[in-house]
Design a protein around this ligand. Structure first.
Ligand SMILES: Cc1cc2nc3c(=O)[nH]c(=O)nc-3n(C[C@H](O)[C@H](O)[C@H](O)COP(=O)(O)OP(=O)(O)OC[C@H]3O[C@@H](n4cnc5c(N)ncnc54)[C@H](O)[C@@H]3O)c2cc1C
Length: 414
């Protein structure tokens, strides 16, 4: 193991904060830089799920046949705004390649391996930070509208079984109501995954970890990082308040990370799947587990005493204005699927998921600078995989064996 280092972490989202905490616990001196503060990006308003059973990447075999349909339905669960279609074409080409059977199988295996670590790493993190009060252990119910949709989902359940994931398949509205009353009877089938965990609020969870980090002597500064420059014995980080040096730098800047990687000469195909939701106030619905309406591309989760309805994946880049019609449509659907839902008084939000073509994160040293480590691109699963990422990055920093093989996540794979 190498001696304690001076480390700069760029990004105070769940990945940056979780990693900064783990590095500090391992004895390193860590400073976090973020232009907006703690949990102000995607980590602010996500659905709050530790979705350990989500091992299937977005690029499934045959998915490209559905692409024209996305383009024609601008408010469907998956869409590409026409203005962005040309820009995203190179990423889509890689996405298409990632859907080939052999690459898909490789991604499922790599995702499953990371999820195994994610589960145990989260438990270690909860224990180390005394965080059980912020955790809900209520499982997840994935709902299917009729026999045909359920049958189409069976290969996915077989895959989960093959990877050791526990689940129960429910085949009547009555069986579903035993776990979650109040769901419209058109949802006749469901899969229940008991090991799914949620946090009471993803922002509060990130702040909780940030407090643990600060208590150990770490620092968090507001500044906008513009470039990273490697030198023989140190790394320079140029930012809005000046220039800092460190022995190692971790790039955990979410959907903006590829811009920083570019300053080192690394071209990483990172896009953003913009997600939308509405958070309803306390009492909106008596939610007892995390609900996934996969066929409609959205979920309903309990956040504090309220309810968050959200999802959608809009491949629209970082600069187009949000289209909150998406939040409206998801909420309307939720109100019809959960007849007792009080859909009034909600707050809308849009967040940038940092997404790679193969749905796997980028974790590893920059090909151009061994002391710059990338930790981004977690797509739909950044909260879920944050504690695991922190452990892997810490092993890379310390030059100790990684808890899992990291080849599948290395930046050079593209
Ligand atoms: C609607 C929605 C629902 C989701 N639900 C879930 C879920 O239930 N479970 C799950 O696991 N995941 C979920 N996700 C995905 C999850 O939110 C992300 O994967 C995760 O938050 C990414 O964390 P991050 O730290 O990489 O990025 P972010 O949280 O976006 O943090 C990146 C930080 O970097 C900072 N930054 C960027 N560039 C710079 C710069 N140049 N200088 C300084 N600072 C910079 C930003 O200000 C930001 O604070 C969801 C996402 C969305 C949009």
């Amino acid at each position: 193991m190498s001696a304690p280092s001076d480390i700069i972490v760029i990004g105070a989202g769940i990945i940056g904060i979780s990693t900064a905490l783990e590095l500090t616990r391992a004895g390193h001196r860590v400073r976090v830089f973020d232009r907006d503060g703690i949990a102000m990006g995607a980590s602010l308003g996500n659905a709050g799920a530790f979705a350990f059973t989500d091992i299937v990447p977005l690029a499934t075999p045959g998915i490209m046949r559905k692409a024209p349909k996305w383009l024609l339905d601008p408010l469907g669960p998956l869409s590409i705004p026409p203005r962005y279609a040309l820009k995203i074409a190179p990423w889509m080409l890689r996405f298409w390649r990632a859907s080939w059977q052999d690459r898909y199988a490789h991604s499922v295996k790599a995702q499953s391996t990371l999820m195994d670590l994610a589960r145990s790493a989260l438990e270690r993190q909860i224990k180390a930070t005394d965080g059980e009060d912020l955790i809900k252990r209520q499982g997840q119910l994935q709902l299917f509208e009729g026999e045909t949709e359920f049958r189409a989902s069976l290969p996915g359940w077989d895959l989960r079984r093959d990877h050791g994931i526990r689940f129960d398949l429910l085949q009547s509205p009555e069986a579903i109501a035993e776990i979650q009353p109040g769901i419209d009877a058109r949802f006749t089938h469901a899969g229940f995954t008991p090991d799914w965990i949620n946090t009471v609020d993803p922002k509060t969870w990130t702040e909780h970890l940030a407090q643990a980090f600060l208590a150990l002597g770490g620092t968090i500064e507001r500044s906008d990082v513009q470039a990273i420059t490697p030198h023989e014995n140190h790394i320079c980080v140029s930012h809005s308040n000046g220039t800092e040096t460190a022995e190692k730098v971790i790039v955990a800047a979410g959907a903006w990370s590829h811009h920083l990687a570019k300053t080192l000469g690394d071209h990483i195909p990172l896009e953003t799947e913009r997600g939308y939701n509405t958070t309803l106030p306390a009492g909106a619905f008596d939610i007892r587990t995390h609900l996934t309406f996969g066929g409609h591309g959205f979920v309903v989760s309990g956040i504090n005493d309220g309810v968050r309805v959200g999802g959608a994946a809009e491949m629209g880049g970082l600069n187009l204005p949000p289209n909150y019609k998406r939040s409206d449509i998801l909420l309307q659907k939720a109100a019809s699927f959960l007849p007792g839902l009080n859909a009034k008084g909600g707050t809308q939000w849009m967040g940038f998921r940092p997404s790679t073509p193969d749905s796997l994160p980028v974790i590893g040293a920059s090909p151009h600078a061994a002391n710059v480590i990338y930790a981004f691109g977690h797509g739909h699963l950044g909260l879920t995989q944050s504690a695991a990422t922190a452990e892997i990055v810490t092993a890379l920093v310390q030059n100790t064996p990684s808890p899992i093989a990291t080849d599948a996540y290395r930046p050079e794979r593209f």
